[in-house]
Design a protein around this ligand. Structure first.
Ligand code: G3I
Length: 313
């Protein structure tokens, strides 16, 4: 076992994977590493399966960007994680600017989820980021118009579209005990007791160097105790720039502890980094002055973080 995915699989996990984006696929040096099944056994499209990309106008579906990544995964023998069916962000304006009745919007959600889930296999973030940080539901168009009914509709549509796909609810700041993790636990409990199909909880894990939550493993165990699997879906660990040796060493420890938490939880099926290289990380454009969050640097060289992951695997 020479790479991250090979090591993860020999240790009993399903995959170690990476997010990627279509605009990056013209970078041949980048793709050469992404294509290496020994490093990455799973891909998540960072943007091209989102609602604005897949159904830009009502009932008109475009799969070209998503297909490019799905085909890459297929030709590399990699699993695919669909991302995502329902999210408040990157919505086309026809979704947000229409005055829907609840039944109209539920029908829109049903059509969207069923169409994209039947087009792509393996696993899906069916519901993305439904909660505010205080554990209340995010008052986006879906919740405002339908309450939590959109969650049920989306999951049922996804199950009907592909009975074999693993259906997830994915969120951030649920990686430590607190109001938001409790809200997710309660949602999963309610859905399961109502017979709504939900297979997994995705913990995004967008962390800060030196601030990895100590309760990560116990939170994952609380989810798996409910009878769902968990996955680390969007891991990166950012630092305040400039990078120093001390920060890189702490980042190595942090990556090691996150991966070790997944290894310690039987129902944690795999880990995905939110792109493997600092060259294409979303962090600097969102958090000014922060970055260097990935296990490969912007010259596509492995960082100490890579060794941290390997050690934990
Ligand atoms: O496609 C346009 C391009 O035409 C335009 O020229 C360019 C100029 O800004 O923007 C391009 O769109 C950008 C898109 O990424 C594709 O690169 C958007 O501005 C930019 O906002 C968008 O950012 C994405 C972000 O989600 C949006 O919320 C990131 O790439 C993506 O990594 C990030 O991913 C999210 C997950 O979906 C959910 N969890 C958090 C995670 C990080 O924010």
């Amino acid at each position: 076992a020479t790479g991250l995915n090979a090591k993860a699989k020999s240790a009993g996990k399903l995959y170690f994977g990476s997010a990627t984006d279509n605009s990056e696929l013209t970078d041949t040096a980048y793709v050469a590493i992404l294509d290496n099944n020994s490093e990455f056994g799973q891909l998540t499209p960072a943007n091209s399966m989102k609602w604005d990309a897949t159904e830009p106008s009502q009932g008109t579906f475009t799969f070209s960007g998503g297909d490019q990544i799905a085909n890459l995964a297929k030709s590399n023998g990699q699993l695919l994680r669909g991302h995502n069916c329902v999210w408040y962000n990157q919505l086309p304006s026809w979704v947000t600017s229409t005055s829907w009745t609840s039944s109209e919007l539920l029908s829109v959600v049903q059509t969207h989820c069923s169409t994209i889930v039947s087009h792509y296999k393996d696993a899906w973030d069916v519901i993305n980021e439904p909660f505010n940080d205080d554990g209340t539901f995010r008052t986006d168009v879906f919740y405002t118009v339908t309450g939590t009914q959109y969650i049920t509709t989306a999951l049922q549509a996804a199950r009907a579209a592909d009975p074999n796909a693993k259906l997830y609810i994915n969120d951030y700041n649920i990686e430590s005990t607190g109001a938001k993790a409790t809200a997710m636990l309660n949602l999963v409990k309610q859905l399961k007791s109502a017979g709504v199909p939900v297979d997994g909880v995705g913990l995004q894990c967008h962390f800060i160097v030196g601030e990895v939550p100590t309760s990560l493993q116990s939170v994952m165990q609380q989810f798996t105790a409910l009878g769902v699997e968990v996955a680390i879906t969007e891991l990166d660990i950012r630092m305040t720039l400039p990078e120093t040796q001390a920060l890189l060493t702490q980042q190595q420890k942090d990556y090691q502890s996150v991966v070790a938490a997944c290894m310690a939880v039987e129902g944690c099926v795999g880990i995905t980094v939110w792109d493997y290289t600092d060259k294409y990380s979303w962090v600097p454009s969102t958090f000014s002055g922060q970055g260097d969050a990935c296990p490969w640097d912007s010259n596509l060289q492995k960082k100490p973080a890579y060794t941290g992951i390997m050690t934990a695997l």
